[in-house]
Structures are given as C-alpha cells and as structure tokens.
Write a protein that binds this ligand. Structure first.
Ligand SMILES: [Zn+2]
Length: 337
C-alpha cells in the first residue's frame, strides 16, 4: 500500500471513529417530540428550578404518554425501552406535583422539572430505562446546577390535606416514584446522596401519615436491592455504606473468629399467601373492617405496612400494596403478636 492510500484510509477510519463517538453521544439522549403537549403555549415560564422530581406513571407506555401529553403533566416521559419524550418545554411549568411542598414552599411545580417514568413505584425498571433516566437527570442537573439530594421523587414532596383519616396536613399521600429514593436505584442513576430527612415534617408543617413510606424515603428499606444492588455492589472491606450519613468511626473487630467477608444479602422472605401461612408465621387476626371499624382503627399507623396483611375471599394482600380505596368491609386485618 502506498503512503497516500494509507493516509487516506487512516483519515477515513478516524472520521468514522469520530462519527461513532459523536453519534453515541447524541444517541444517549435521543429525545422525541412526538408527544409534545398541546398545553405548552398556555404554561408559564418558571422563574426558578430547584428540584428534579421523578414519578412513576403506574400505567403502560401508550396510555401514560397520551395522558401526560394531553394534560401537560410533566416535562419528560421515559418509557421502558429507554425512549425519552419531551412533553412540556423544559423551562415552562408542567403540572406534575399536584398538592406539594418542600422546605415550606408550596406548589413544587413552580420550581421543579418533572420526569414521568413508565412503570410502578414498587417494581424494578429495565436497565435500559434506568440508563436513559440517568442521562436525562445528568443533563438537567448540569443545566440547572441541581445537587443530587435535590433529585427527589413525587412521594418526597406530595402531601395530603386534612381528611377523615388525618386531622392535619400530612405527608404520605402518594407513593409515586418511591423506588427512586432507594439507595440501590440511586446508585444506578449516578446519584450519591438523597434528602437526609423530611424538612416539612421535621418543622411541624406536616404530620407523618405513612411510616413505611418514610422508612423507604429516609430509612434503610430498599426493596430494589435484589434487582439493582447486587449486580453493581463493589466489595467493601469496611462497614456497609450508609447513604448520606458520614462514615462512622472504625468498628472494633468482632470477637467472632469466622468472618466470611460476604455482605449479608437483604433477607427477602416469600410473603405468606394463605391464612395457614400467616398463622404459621405468628400472625393473628386483629379484627374485621366494618363501616365504623376502619383499617386504621384496627392497625393504627401500620395499616399500610408490608408487615400487616389483609385477607378476604382467600386472598392475602400486604398492607403496603393495598390501595386505600379498595379496603372493603369484611376484610380481616392480620398482624404479628
Ligand atoms: Zn407522581
């Protein structure tokens, strides 16, 4: 091969390589405008952007896209295949957070970008979708200078008005986007911190009405760890990482001689499926829901805990997946002694 031909080929190869790299960068966020909302012209331009709020649509892609587009309910929608759709213009207000408060400021729509993710608050999402959300969040964080702990989920900011169940304004109205608070999922999203506490319940502006949700948002409940935690967990020789909390002082060596150096996996025992299984696990029937005897009266704050079960017509339903609207008269409430 003569030198000129070699140079030509090398130049072509270099061009192709640059093209691949550039295309890959562009492909990382291929944002479709196919479902751009007709509401755009009527929405105000935001004056501040302090939060990125992640939601779960709790519905399949097609109906989710139609709904958010028709109503202008978010800025972006990310499907299971990782396709990102622009719905409301990034700098305008989208109506995604509803009744909401963060650090005493009401109406989070006024100072946030909302991303709807097709999927469910308590189910793992495909890795291709998580990757797309990560890229989108990364770009938005850079654009608006938003730190990791200001990437929240809808359930962080939503609150409920006083009602017959709760006499005061309360946190715990929604579990939307709840999985995005879990450390294993945040690691996948490239987020290193999360809000350390609820600023509004701490200040007494809101009461806490959902203890399970609070433990997911701020505690150590991470039901997604089996889906996201194990594959990427790097062996850590010292104490297991606790998000947000600063590294603890070195732990004194345990007297036990056998240290198997393996991180203990989070125990995920199969949930009881029959009344016999409930009884075998020391659950007792605490009572039956009637018109006057509500689930809250029977179970208190644990009415929607995953450790509380409801039975009706041979079905066993954990409190954490029970829709309050579907609590029926005649349901038995089971709790451990
Ligand atoms: Zn939501």
């Amino acid at each position: 091969m003569d030198l000129r031909r070699w140079c030509r080929l090398t130049a072509r190869a270099a061009t192709a390589l640059v093209c691949i790299v550039v295309c890959r960068e562009a492909a990382a966020l291929d944002i479709s405008r196919r479902y751009r909302s007709p509401r755009n012209p009527e929405r105000r331009v935001r004056t501040a952007t302090k939060l990125i709020v992640l939601h779960t649509t709790e519905a399949p892609a097609r109906s989710s896209l139609n709904k958010v587009s028709d109503r202008g309910e978010c800025h972006y929608c990310v499907t299971e295949s990782g396709q990102v759709y622009a719905i409301v213009d990034r700098d305008r207000e989208a109506f995604h957070a509803g009744r909401s408060m963060w650090q005493g400021e009401e109406d989070v729509d006024k100072f946030s970008v909302g991303i709807e993710c097709v999927g469910y608050h308590d189910k793992a999402m495909p890795s291709v979708q998580i990757a797309a959300i990560r890229e989108l969040v990364k770009d938005l964080k850079a654009m608006y200078r938003i730190p990791d702990h200001c990437v929240v989920c809808h359930s962080h900011v939503a609150y409920g008005a006083p009602n017959k169940w709760h006499k005061t304004k309360h946190r715990g109205r929604k579990r939307c986007g709840m999985l995005f608070a879990m450390p294993s999922v945040r690691r996948q999203l490239g987020l290193t911190t999360r809000p350390a506490f609820d600023p509004d319940t701490r200040a007494g502006r809101l009461s806490n009405a959902d203890d399970y949700l609070r433990r997911v948002l701020y505690g150590r409940v991470d039901t997604m760890v089996a889906a996201y935690g194990m594959a990427t967990a790097k062996p850590k020789p010292t104490a297991p990482a606790r998000p947000v909390v600063k590294a603890a002082a070195p732990v004194a060596a345990k007297p036990k001689p056998s240290s198997t150096a393996k991180a203990a996996p989070v125990a995920v025992s199969a949930a009881p499926r029959t009344i016999a299984e409930l009884k075998a696990r020391a659950y007792v029937d605490r009572g039956t829901v009637t018109k006057d005897r509500t689930a809250i009266k029977i179970a208190g704050a644990a009415w929607n805990s995953p450790q509380t079960y409801y039975t009706i017509r041979d079905k066993v339903i954990p409190g954490s997946s029970l829709d309050p609207a579907h609590i029926e008269k005649g349901m038995h409430v089971w709790m451990r002694k």
